[in-house]
Design a protein around this ligand. Structure first.
Ligand code: ATP
Length: 632
């Protein structure tokens, strides 16, 4: 059941990712640039204005150094060679200056590229940082709506596209734009009439670029769309490999993959062909112009209206003229995808978390909190509006242990989510020690609550770091003490590096029970006043369950504890057990009282006792909360 749900969620994520990034560009490319997004981007760029200024200076020097070289040759030809000045010294000086200009061009181009990369990467790093912080502050309802796959794309490839905006588009517009202007100015300086003739070429170039532009954009988008479809297909297959193999779907999947692969290959080839054609057409235009200038200028030289050196410089400049135009028009696709990425990123920045601290929060002394919990007339439903908790009342005394059982979808995890204020109640109040959770700063609230889930999250890092969650104020000794208390010390002692053993992501390499013990140790070191176990024993064998039960007895001491149980054995010893169905409490009492009552709890108990354990598990258990608050 759980496996199926995860698969469905994954398929949904892939599906959305496809629309988000696949049919993606085509769909988003019509997005008009969002003014607020550009303003926001400018705010990120502002602190780097000195770097931009320095880069601009480098661009000017680099361009000047490059463009003065043909001019220098013209001086050598016209003012010296043709003028009869045969002095080797002058030629030597000119050659020296030429060399110096080449070195200058090289050095300043290098600096200009590095400065642009520095500015671009720094801006993108700070956007990424803010984006991650903004995402982590979103409410749970946001994560219900937005698949994690697309958030990963936003943080990784969308920010990278923005980097391309600076390092490719902006750099090209500045450098190539200025180069063009300088070339035109130099050409005018050499010969006004010939320059005017050459400028006749501009409309032809513009027409060529315009004719190619929309076709190039389409081929680019088609290739990106087909690539993301291919990637989504592979991701879907990897995730559902079990089903594919069990149902012998390998050949069918291979056929589908081949089709998608072919489509991508063809669209990619079309894109490459168009790009090559565009580049070569520019080259051809360049060659035609050289022929035109040679003919025009040659006649002028023969007629002695311009010197030979001017013709030489002109031919060199006209050759250089096409490169910047070509470069700038190549930036169109990059600009398109950067705009889409910019809009996507700023859509996230514009999302205000639904759950926020109140304007006037009530600051409480965490150490003085007793842990009394009250649900008063609580009504709640998710975005779809269907109520999942109906006018629920529940009052828990400090230090009391409450077991929560019920049918699948009864609202057990939702109740816990409301206590953690992952979602807002629609009616009623959730209070801790008499204070509405909406009045508490979220940070304080989450320090009051420790959550142990069915699959505790472990990070890549040492066991010490995983217990203290990288909080250096918690000492190694405190961590070891906590692990001893929950009975994790022996198993850690058996590991190669003991407490310094590095766990891989999600703690693979440890059994489910061992991971749970580590998350119990977290509770001890962080000392929350309220402890929540959300189906923490669901995945455990009976030996591990026994270990966890013992650890639970230790960590729940002196804490208000709510235990959502998959197995009744976990909650049989609770002070009080509540039985939920359809978002309401239908039975309440301790184990004996509930058995005596002979209601739904007794029915569950009978199932769990034996005749049909699977039915018992299915009826009582279900899904673990996906969220976490506090520690655990
Ligand atoms: N994030 C969500 N968005 C929309 N509906 C949700 C969400 N989470 C839960 N629900 C719905 O709310 C109802 C209560 O779910 P909840 O997870 O609280 O039940 P539960 O008693 O913990 O179930 P289980 O034992 O299966 O974990 C169910 O109908 C469920 O489909």
């Amino acid at each position: 059941m759980r496996f199926k749900r995860r698969e469905a969620a994954l398929a949904k994520a892939i599906d959305i990712r496809q629309t988000d990034s696949g049919a993606d560009l085509a769909a988003h490319s019509n997005n008009r640039p969002n003014k607020a997004a550009y303003k926001g981007l400018y705010q990120f760029a502002k602190p780097h204005r000195k770097t931009f200024l320095a880069m601009f200076g480098c661009i000017i020097v680099a361009i000047a150094a490059d463009l003065l070289q043909p001019y220098l040759v013209k001086v050598a030809i016209d003012d010296h060679l043709m003028a009869g000045d045969r002095s080797a010294k002058t030629l030597f000086i000119i050659a020296g200056i030429y060399l110096l200009l080449s070195v200058l061009g090289f050095v300043f181009s290098y600096l200009q590229n590095n400065l642009m990369q520095l500015a671009g990467q720094s801006i993108v790093a700070s956007i990424r940082k803010k984006l991650f912080r903004h995402i982590t502050r979103q409410s749970m309802s946001y994560f219900d709506r937005v698949p994690s796959g697309s958030l990963i794309t936003h943080v990784s490839s969308d920010t990278e596209s923005l980097n391309q905006f600076f390092t490719s588009v902006l750099l090209s517009v500045l450098r190539d734009g200025l180069t063009l202007l300088f070339i035109i100015a130099l050409m005018f300086q050499l010969d006004v009439q010939m320059t005017l003739y050459c400028l006749v070429l501009l409309p032809i170039i513009a027409l060529n670029a315009f004719a190619f532009r929309s076709y190039m954009r389409r081929t680019y988008q088609m290739a990106r769309t087909n690539l993301s479809r291919l990637v989504a297909f592979v991701a879907e297959n990897l995730a559902g490999m079990r089903i594919i193999q069990v149902f012998h779907q390998e050949r069918e999947q291979q056929t589908q993959f081949d089709e998608k692969n072919q489509l991508y290959f063809r669209s990619n080839m079309r894109e490459i062909r168009t790009n090559v054609l565009f580049n070569r057409s520019f080259e051809m235009l360049g060659n035609l112009s050289v022929a035109f200038v040679t003919w025009l200028g040659g006649n002028a030289v023969l007629g002695e209206s311009i010197p030979f050196g001017v013709l030489f410089a002109f031919i060199t400049y006209i050759r250089q003229f096409f490169q910047p135009i070509n470069n700038i028009s190549q930036q169109w696709n990059t600009l398109q995808s950067a705009t889409v990425s910019l809009n996507r990123i700023w859509n996230i920045f514009d999302t205000v978390p639904e759950v926020q601290d109140a304007e006037k929060v009530r600051n409480v002394d965490v150490s003085a909190v007793k842990g009394k919990i009250d649900f008063d007339g609580v009504k709640f439903g998710y975005n779809d509006g269907i109520p999942v908790i109906h006018k629920l009342d529940l009052h828990v005394q400090p230090g009391e242990m409450i077991g929560i059982v019920g049918t699948t979808g009864a609202g057990k995890s939702s109740l816990i989510s409301l206590l953690c204020r992952f979602y807002e109640v629609q009616e009623g109040h959730v209070r801790i020690d008499g204070t509405d959770v909406r009045e508490l700063p979220q940070e304080t609230l989450h320090r009051l609550i420790g959550l142990v889930q069915q699959e505790p999250y472990l990070y890549s890092g040492s066991i010490i770091d995983n217990v203290r969650l990288f909080d250096e104020t918690i000492t190694r000794e405190q961590v070891i003490e906590a692990c001893k208390l929950v009975g994790a010390d022996t198993l850690i002692g058996r590991m190669k590096d003991g407490y310094d053993t590095r766990l891989s992501e999600r703690g693979s390499g440890l059994s489910a029970g061992e991971r749970q013990l580590i998350s119990f140790a977290r509770i001890i070191v962080f000392k929350p006043k309220i402890l929540i176990l959300d189906e923490a024993t669901a995945n455990l064998d009976s030996h591990s369950e026994q270990l966890i039960q013992e650890a639970l007895n230790v960590v729940s001491k002196g804490r208000t504890t709510l235990v959502i149980a998959h197995r009744l054995s976990t909650i049989m010893g609770a002070d009080r057990i509540i039985v939920m169905r359809n978002g309401a409490i239908i039975e309440e009492g301790n184990h004996r009282e509930l058995l005596r009552r002979g209601g739904y709890y007794e029915e569950l108990y009978k199932h769990s006792q034996g005749s049909n354990p699977q039915l018992a598990a299915g009826a009582v258990g279900g899904r673990a909360s996906k969220k976490s608050c506090g520690v655990g």
